[in-house]
Design a protein around this ligand. Structure first.
Ligand code: GLC
Ligand code: MG
Length: 717
């Protein structure tokens, strides 16, 4: 358990978005502060408490925002012995909703690598949460050669389908939620993850199954635990919690059984049907009170439209059915009131009701059960599993108000059965939903994954001072070469600063072709050569091959199968034999005849083939191992040599340069770039030069003061 002993496991959890801290979680503050946040924090604590585990870090975004607690700006926070939250910069300092984080994730990846260098230890496994972290985790896992575990929490394809069904237009969904980027990240993640942890069977069978990269063999259902030190039944003789007074302001007979609903004010939580069910059932109103805790509010009229509609409808229904004195709908509560609310429901022999239209999991149900409160809940994924495990309540159809009212009445009416359900719930939760049970199972699965996984070839080294303190890495065609005068000027500048600046090239050409063109243009032999689009690496004048890189990228690489899958595609024509390399298959593309690139990726996924598909100049298609690209090679070198990405100036002009330009490196796009790079504009560390070819590189070097003191623009934007 002790920090840094170095023998036990080191686990790296990633949960990028939302607001994460160790105390007083601001759950339900917005759509990005739901159950995932709590899940990640509690899992971190629970894992660190296990004797086989040395250290657990939970990586999240660092947020400095005057409207938020300064807690979220702290670079590090200890959760428990061996458990820390590590907050890394990711784009602007202010709070951003998750849909806006995509362009900043590459920088987050580089910051994570730097963090590993700082502590000098590479994790045994990475566990990503949600699509954004999945993207980050996948890249890190590919780069470091360590396994990835993933938990989706909620899925883009499911959301897309739901929004389409609700009548929202596809282009609106796209602009509001960046949904295709999310789905693509999920596909990549599912293709790369060694293990996917789901919370229910339904999630696997009905949700993950919608993905091209659906691999049920790599999925396990391990429901999350509940914090049993917070959620427990009322203790004998315990005084009423303070929150009881809040409810008594609403209720004429506060001792009556309390039917508790607790959720965000979201239409899908279906509070309207619950109030109708209660409002139309006189007998139920005589027997029990209804308590609706639906988020926090100051003034309903200033809430966002969804919540405003739900709450307005609630108030109108209360008035319509004249429920005053029988229904409580408090304006605010804090996360520390939540356990008290359940205990109040238990004291009155009440119920917890969850009438949501769909309920993939339903952590609140488990918290209620842990507090001794029986359940009435929607017959769907989470509740089905929970009530099956705990035998502590009834399942209902959320669209049938009459039946819901009848079920609630039935459930509060039988005292003997209430006691039985309450006891069953307590027992069931301990057995199936405790974090210690979760962790035991989790670590068993993790050991299986580790055994199946190759030994990693790449290790993070503690930063040492390399001989050079900055490196220029340039693409060759249309970047370094193309303009004689510009190149001469650049070479003169480099020669003048030789002992401080390393020089590398990163090209789509194979080694001999690169060497030939370098000779022809009178370019001195680079210190490092990244060739064949990042699939081959050589060092120095001796051209020493990096064998570790070859072993590293030879992962899931099936060139024959890939060829068989791609050769028949119309519009793709295999390039000359010399361009086909051990780790690179290259086609010429006729864009009028070929399907779009996304379609080609999908095609490979359906065949369960893994590859990186890179499109350049609307003319070339390169197929590489998932771990190879110019960008991955550059990061590998940075790790190996201990050079931070801020000291790497990378220059390029086309699609195969994109990955090395993104992230924390100092990117330069030369003026004569091809259109597929246009979307990189406006990123602080991707400079679009107005000059072309080598003149553009020089302009970029000036922009970053690369020959002087090197200024890396703030990614905070
Ligand atoms: C170079 C390579 C070619 C590759 C292209 C794009 O032209 O020779 O094989 O497809 O770069 O990366
Ligand atoms: Mg080029």
């Amino acid at each position: 358990m002790a920090d840094g002993r170095g023998e036990g496991l080191y686990l790296l959890l990633i949960s990028v978005h939302g607001l994460i801290r160790g105390h007083q979680l601001e759950l339900g503050r917005d759509a990005d502060t739901g159950g995932q946040i709590q899940y990640a924090v509690e899992l971190t604590r629970a894992l660190a408490a296990h004797p086989d585990v040395d250290r657990v870090d939970l990586l999240t975004r660092r947020i400095e925002d005057p409207s938020l607690s300064p807690d979220y700006a702290e670079p590090q926070e200890q959760l428990a012995p061996g458990a820390h939250i590590i907050r890394l910069p990711c784009g602007p300092r202010r709070y951003l909703r998750k849909e806006l984080l995509w362009p900043h994730l590459d920088a987050f990846i580089d910051n994570a690598l730097q963090q590993m260098r700082r502590i000098g230890r590479t994790p045994d496994v990475i566990h990503s949460h949600y699509a954004d972290s999945g993207y980050v985790g996948t890249r890190l896992s590919q780069l470091l050669g360590i396994p990835l575990i993933h938990t989706g929490h909620s899925l883009g394809r499911v959301k897309l389908q739901r929004l389409l069904e609700s009548g929202m237009a596809e282009n609106i969904i796209e602009s509001r939620y960046n949904i295709s980027q999310r789905i693509e990240a999920e596909e990549i993640t599912l293709g790369n993850a060694s293990l996917v942890v789901a919370s229910t069977n339904q999630e696997v069978e009905e949700q993950y199954s919608q993905y091209e990269n659906y691999h049920p063999k790599r999925m396990v259902v391990i429901p999350p635990g509940v914090d049993l030190s917070r959620f427990h039944p009322p203790r004998r003789g315990e005084p009423l919690p303070a929150y009881a007074a809040e409810l008594e302001r609403f209720l004429r007979q506060p001792r009556r059984p309390m039917i508790l609903a607790l959720s965000r004010a979201d239409r899908r939580k279906n509070i309207a049907t619950l109030v109708r069910a209660y409002g139309e059932n006189r007998e139920l109103q005589e027997r029990a009170n209804l308590v609706v805790v639906a988020g926090n509010r100051e003034d309903i009229t200033t809430l966002e439209s969804g919540a405003r509609e739900v709450l307005t409808e609630l108030l109108l229904a209360i008035d319509r059915y004249d429920l005053h004195g029988r229904i409580a709908y408090p304006k605010r509560h804090s996360s520390s009131d939540v356990p008290d609310l359940y205990r109040l429901a238990a004291r009155t022999r009440g119920l917890f009701v969850n009438p949501a239209l769909t309920e993939p999991f339903g952590l609140t149900l488990i918290e209620a059960a842990a507090s001794g409160v029986p359940l009435v809940a929607t017959e769907d994924g989470g509740p089905i599993d929970i009530i099956q495990h705990c035998r502590n309540g009834l399942l209902i159809d959320p669209l049938d108000a009459d039946a819901l009212g009848a079920a609630l009445l039935d459930a509060v009416s039988d005292r003997q059965r209430w006691l039985q359900w309450s006891r069953n719930g307590l027992r069931g939760v301990r057995r199936h939903y405790s974090w210690s049970a979760h962790v035991k199972r989790y670590l068993r699965e993790l050991q299986r994954v580790k055994r199946r996984y190759h030994k990693p070839f790449i290790r993070a080294h503690k930063s040492r001072l390399p001989a050079v303190d900055r490196i220029l890495i340039s693409d060759i065609d249309n970047t370094l070469i193309g303009d004689r005068a510009g190149l001469d000027l650049l070479l003169r500048e480099l020669a003048g600063a030789e002992e401080r600046i390393g020089f590398g090239i990163a090209t789509g050409r194979h080694l001999n072709s690169a060497l030939k063109v370098i000779r022809e243009w009178g370019i001195p032999r680079p210190d490092l050569l990244i060739t064949s689009v990042g699939s081959e690496l050589h060092y120095g004048t001796g051209l020493v091959e990096d064998g570790g890189w070859q072993r590293h990228i030879d992962y899931l690489w099936k060139p024959e199968e890939l060829r068989a899958a791609l050769d028949p595609i119309p519009g793709l024509k295999l390039q000359a034999k010399i361009n086909q390399r051990r780790f690179k298959i290259s086609y010429n593309v006729d864009p009028d005849k070929a399907p779009d690139i996304q379609e080609i990726r999908r095609h490979l996924r359906r065949l369960d083939l893994h590859a990186r598909v890179i499109y350049s100049h609307q003319a070339y298609l390169d197929i590489l191992p998932v771990r190879a690209s110019k960008g991955m090679a550059v990061r590998y070198l940075a790790m190996r040599w201990g050079v931070p990405p801020e000291c790497l100036l990378v220059a390029g002009d086309s699609g195969n340069d994109e990955e090395m330009l993104s992230g924390n490196t100092l990117g330069v796009v030369v003026g004569n770039y091809s259109p597929e790079l246009e979307h990189l504009r406006n990123r602080p560390r991707i400079y679009f030069a107005s000059a072309s070819y080598a003149h553009g590189i020089l302009e970029g070097m000036q922009h970053y003061d690369f020959l002087g003191s090197v200024t890396a623009p703030d990614q905070g934007g």
